[in-house]
Design a protein around this ligand. Structure first.
Ligand code: PMP
Length: 453
């Protein structure tokens, strides 16, 4: 069509020509699989990835990318880090990958979780962040004997019924009305979900008003939909904990992303705060499927209490929970982070800030409605100039400028997933970041030339 411009037409042609195998496989997967956004990452153009190394990916047609998807943030040391690879090799070649009984690396990972500066006194392992929040929610309800659960607008806590939600767009910003995300969530769940306004003290009033029925509040200490990490968010988290304590409501931090990323002790260490429960995933599995719940010993004991006939005891299970391959990879990654925490965390934080600085300076200088938010090593790019304080400020529509930008980015060798949630790893260097910033700037320039930005 006419309105995409010369650069837009050219990039579509080039991508088509250099991604023959990706296109062929994609047409097959469309017939065979219904994976939703997980399959395509909502990419503007389908590419299937065959190989990763350090901060780079290669697709099935041999095209190379600087990767900011980085295993949804799980590969904090980059692809195929030698220590993680050695642990996986050793486990697979010498020992075995599934026993269904405890294995020694579980102890190692649990010790790292308990030893970090966080609320974790006891741990259970599961296979995803989704399972982790599911169990934490059950524990919160069992411990308090109350039914309701509160989450903040803009949050994501996993794909199960209780982890998803969005504010009714017609509801006031300070009193968001909970709506399930998508169909199939029964009314019994909806009735017990509360939505709180993120970074607003009105949330504290809603907690007070519902204290009698509210078991637990859960929060991402930095929302992946709008990654902010600053003193004001810290104060909000401390205020939230105080209100929860006063009202006999549990507070759970969902550290599936921020755990072992914001600091070795996650956002809890970063902000100097200890909630009652915390959930983990991603980084603690070294890039293999994982989840964990940790927290106060008196709450965590409920996971063992059914066997003792305690009526508050809760059910948990999982064929692959704490499996030996994941635990070997996870232990190698987490131990390396612990041994190098003094260098790795400042390094990845600075790299995230460096990328955001370069992109934001450029966009400001060129007067483009584009901004990058970063919370240390986690970042996201937005095609709007309005200040984003919470997810309510985000323009939900994907503009033609944004679509074309991602096509140019891909063509020029940077992979930012269509989900837009992006991460820097310790395998990225200043050089890779600067190269990526130059490609981002070049791609923005091409979109501007077409008159879309
Ligand atoms: N909680 C948060 C904060 C997350 O970001 C995610 C996934 N990105 C989850 C839970 C769910 O984790 P998983 O995809 O491993 O199920």
């Amino acid at each position: 069509t006419d309105d995409i411009g010369d650069n837009g037409r050219a990039v579509r042609e080039r991508l088509g020509a250099k991604n023959a195998r990706s296109q062929q496989l994609t047409s097959q997967t469309r017939e065979l699989m219904n994976m939703g956004s997980a399959a395509s990452l909502e990419m503007p153009f389908p590419v299937l990835i065959e190989k990763g190394e350090g901060p780079y990916l290669w697709d099935v047609d041999g095209n190379e990318y600087i990767d900011f998807q980085i295993g949804f943030g799980s590969l904090i040391l980059g692809h195929r880090h030698p220590l993680v690879r050695a642990a996986i090799d050793d486990q697979a070649n010498q020992r075995g990958w599934q026993f269904g009984l405890h294995n020694p690396n579980q102890v190692g990972v649990a010790e790292q979780l308990v030893g970090a500066d966080n609320c974790v006194e006891r741990v259970i392992f599961c296979n995803s962040g989704t399972e982790a929040t599911m169990y934490a929610i059950r524990a919160g309800r069992a411990f308090t004997g109350k039914p309701k659960l509160a989450m903040f607008d803009g949050a994501y806590h996993g794909a199960h019924d209780y982890g998803i939600g969005r504010p009714d767009p017609t509801s006031p910003r300070d009193a968001p009305e909970y709506l399930p995300t998508g169909a199939g969530v029964p009314p019994a769940v909806v009735e017990n979900q509360l939505m709180l306004p993120y970074r607003s003290e009105r949330a504290f009033d809603i907690i007070r008003d519902n204290a009698g029925e509210l078991a637990m509040v859960m929060i991402e200490p930095a929302q992946s939909s709008n990654p902010h990490r600053n003193a004001e968010v810290g104060e909000f988290l401390h205020g939230l904990l105080a209100v929860c304590r006063e009202n006999n409501v549990l507070l759970m931090f969902d550290e599936v992303i921020t755990g072992f990323r914001f600091a070795f002790g996650g956002a809890q260490e970063y902000y100097g705060i200890q909630p009652d429960l915390a959930t983990y995933g991603k980084v603690i599995g070294g890039g293999l499927p994982v989840g964990a719940v940790g927290g106060r010993a008196d709450i965590m004991r409920l996971f063992n209490a059914m066997a003792e006939g305690d009526p508050k005891g809760i059910m948990s299970g999982g064929t692959f929970s704490g499996n030996p391959l994941t635990m070997a990879a996870g232990y190698a990654q987490v131990k390396h982070l612990n041994d190098n925490r003094q260098s790795i965390y400042p390094q990845i934080d600075e790299l995230g800030a460096r990328l955001a600085r370069q992109v934001n300076d450029f966009a400001r200088g060129e007067n483009m409605a584009v901004q990058m938010l970063n919370a240390g090593s986690m970042f996201q790019l937005y095609f709007q100039s309005e200040v984003i304080r919470s997810a309510r400020d985000i323009n939900p529509a994907r503009t033609p400028a944004e679509t074309d930008f991602y096509l140019h980015l891909l063509d020029n060798g940077v992979l930012i997933p269509g989900t837009r949630r992006s991460f820097v790893s310790a395998a990225h260097s200043e050089e890779t970041i600067d190269a990526a910033a130059a490609i981002i700037q070049r791609s923005l320039g091409l979109v501007r030339e077409d008159g879309l930005l």
